[in-house]
Design a protein around this ligand. Structure first.
Ligand code: IPE
Ligand code: IPE
Ligand code: MG
Length: 250
């Protein structure tokens, strides 16, 4: 049976987040430079976005560039930004065709102007699509996001618009870049690294983690389906006992 047939379509995660890692190592294995790996990684992005839309995932967040990635060699950062602009403009018609709405989270103002403009154009061009929301995390880090949220909440408290005692988990969630999305139920990281590298610390509080040794350019539709199958075979207890969940099912 192929992996797609093993997926229970009535129990899909609404939101999947992915740390797309391993482009550089993939390129090295081919005797190429790191940029070559980033180019190949775009093909995986295209396949996974298509797969997510096809099976009915509503939100897909892809970690494309972290705050820390600005510290890479300038040639690599420049190449990544160029690739981003080129890919976004090239893929927009396909996103529209597949009903994909593009959005972005992160410190977007820190992106080069051309990149920022291209991104905004594509966001506008796809804003009415409803099948899948594709969220690109760009110049994103969770500690940056949480720091910004604390600043904004403090301003509200300072100006008397919000009482400190009234701050709830929901208040905090409403000040994050992800306020419009449900928390991801599943987080996938490729390349064999077992860490979250400053990605969605708050939002992943109860996510299921799926790690695979595959490098991102090798991660394709069937690998994505396998991750979903693994998710569907887990018991999500949210602090309760297994027995409590069983009696609830009856
Ligand atoms: C992920 O691949 C892409 C980005 C972080 C932009 P890497 O570039 O981190 O590849 P490795 O981890 O060095 O192999
Ligand atoms: C995480 O990958 C960021 C992205 C995938 C965009 P990194 O390769 O930058 O993470 P570390 O350095 O291995 O933690
Ligand atoms: Mg990496």
């Amino acid at each position: 049976m192929n992996p797609l047939e093993k997926i229970n379509k009535t129990d899909l995660p609404k939101h999947i987040a992915i740390i797309m890692d391993g482009n550089g190592r993939w390129a090295k294995q081919q005797g190429e430079d790191r940029i070559f790996g980033h180019h190949e990684g775009v093909n995986s992005v295209r396949e996974i976005v298509e797969a997510a839309a096809e099976i009915g995932i509503k939100y897909l967040t892809l970690y494309a560039f972290s705050t820390e990635n600005w510290n890479r060699p300038k040639e690599e950062v420049d190449a990544l930004m160029e690739l981003l602009v080129a890919t976004i403009s090239l893929e927009t018609p396909q996103l529209n065709k597949n009903g994909v709405k593009l959005e972005a989270i992160g410190n977007l103002k820190s992106l080069p102007e051309a990149c920022y403009n291209e991104l905004q154009e594509s966001i506008t061009a796809t804003q009415h699509n409803t099948r899948l929301t594709l969220v690109l995390a760009l110049s994103y880090s969770s500690k940056w996001e949480l720091t910004e949220a604390v600043k904004e909440i403090s301003k509200k408290v300072g100006s008397g618009k919000l009482k400190a005692e009234e701050i709830s988990e929901n208040t905090i969630a409403q000040f994050l870049c992800t306020k419009a999305y449900p928390d991801p139920e599943l987080m996938i990281r490729t390349s064999g690294e077992h860490r979250i590298s400053n990605f969605l610390l708050w939002q992943l509080a109860y996510a299921e983690f799926y790690f695979t040794d595959k490098l991102w350019p090798d991660f394709r539709k069937n690998d994505f389906y396998e991750a979903i199958i693994s998710y569907q075979n887990r018991e999500r207890r949210f602090g309760k006992t297994s027995e409590q969940l069983m009696s609830h099912k009856k």
